[in-house]
Design a protein around this ligand. Structure first.
Ligand SMILES: [Zn+2]
Length: 381
């Protein structure tokens, strides 16, 4: 996350202790390594395919034609869920970085660990965003959400409420350690009519989780066909999609959205990591949401919505591909949660299964096992 490479600082005769978290002891090690470079082993898959913030800055500096991409940031969180700061604080920090459009995309209800919002809280947040926008100062603050998407492709919020938002991100936050092919799972999520952007598509986290496996050629093609935009989550230890997959996306013609997934104002600067990834992968600028003006952006989101709605009515299927959500406990005053019910032949719904065909208790145990280590809670899963 350093803004300059250690080698550059050393070459220019400056002290390595300028770098954050580096004291004299570590500086001495780095200095010796730079003079007499040890052989560096190739990183294991769990740490492979990440770029440094310093190198990302060099890439963006060399590509002035991409400067407009830094005007928009399409994913960030506030203290409404697991972020540290208010809408105002995020908007103020974004303005200082030259952003003209930011999307507030806090978590939806299922993600309890992040204090995910229900429809009422989302609406209240929308009123606060209106108040910020009413002041007329840049950036334009979009009403958005990072909605949890089940492995069956279902969201956990009312479609009518989602339809009033400026941008809906959908993201997988569970069963991210499965090792078998998840192509069909991606297809189901991409078909969800309420989602315009599939956020951090692989679900990988540096040195923690390698992410889902699928046939990326087919998934990228399906994204292009459905109009669903694929995200570059620029958070330094996500970088998801990564450069290798982005090359496939570029070839298949899908659109890209770049967001920092910032949970505090200081993380907004990392947008450059996402922009650099798009540049290095050869993503065409015409298919990057961030490069659209505010007006063109709103039009594009409208187009994606309309195209997906048309597809649904054409097929005449349920809004949720292959099933519907159902409340587990309908006792008044009880939260109870909800479960996904698969649609069976003849249009009947089987009610004897939770989202994974497992019991709720077992789901909880699996969730506990897959919980991020301490200090990673703020990353949203
Ligand atoms: Zn997320």
């Amino acid at each position: 996350m350093w803004s300059e490479e250690a080698a550059v600082i050393q070459e220019s005769g400056r002290d390595l202790t300028e770098l954050s978290a580096i004291g004299p002891f570590t500086a001495n090690f780095i200095s010796r390594w730079l003079k007499d470079r040890p052989e560096v082993p190739a990183p294991p898959p769990i740490r492979d395919g990440f770029i440094t913030y310093a190198s990302a800055r060099e890439v963006t500096r060399a590509h002035a034609e991409w400067v407009g991409a830094a005007k928009a940031d399409h994913q960030m969180h506030t203290d409404e869920t697991d972020g540290s700061s208010t809408i105002d604080e995020m908007a103020e920090a974004a303005r200082a970085l030259g952003r003209e459009r930011i999307a507030i995309t806090d978590h939806s209800r299922t993600l309890r660990i992040t204090n995910g919002m229900d429809e009422a809280r989302l609406a209240a947040q929308g009123d606060r965003i209106d108040a910020v926008n009413a002041r007329g100062a840049a950036p334009w603050v979009l009403k958005g959400i990072e909605m949890d998407v089940t492995p069956e492709g279902a969201g956990d919020m009312e479609p009518a409420v989602l339809a009033r938002l400026d941008l809906v991100l959908g993201a997988f936050h569970s069963k991210l350690r499965l090792r078998d092919d998840q192509t069909e799972r991606y297809f189901r999520a991409l078909a969800n009519p309420d989602i315009q952007v599939l956020a951090h598509p692989r679900g990988r986290v540096y040195n923690f989780r390698t992410g889902l496996v699928c046939d990326w050629d087919r998934v990228a093609r399906r994204a292009s066909e459905t109009g669903t935009v694929l995200e570059i989550d620029a958070y330094p230890d996500r970088q998801d999609l990564d450069i290798e997959r982005l090359r496939i996306v570029a070839a298949e013609g899908a659109w890209i959205s770049i967001g920092t997934d910032a949970h505090s104002p200081g993380e907004l600067a990392f947008l450059e990591i996402g922009i650099a990834a798009a540049i290095l992968a050869g993503v065409p600028r015409e298919r990057v949401l961030n490069l659209l003006s505010n007006r063109a952006f709103a039009e594009r989101v409208g187009l994606v919505r309309a195209a997906k709605a048309a597809k649904i009515s054409e097929r005449g299927t349920n809004r949720v591909a292959g099933g519907k959500r159902e409340r587990i406990d309908t006792t008044p005053g009880k939260s109870g949660g909800s479960r996904f019910v698969r649609r069976e032949a003849g249009g009947r719904f089987s009610t004897d299964q939770t989202s994974a065909g497992r019991s709720v208790a077992q789901d909880k145990r699996v969730k506990a096992k897959n919980a991020a280590p301490k200090g990673m809670k703020d990353r949203g899963d």
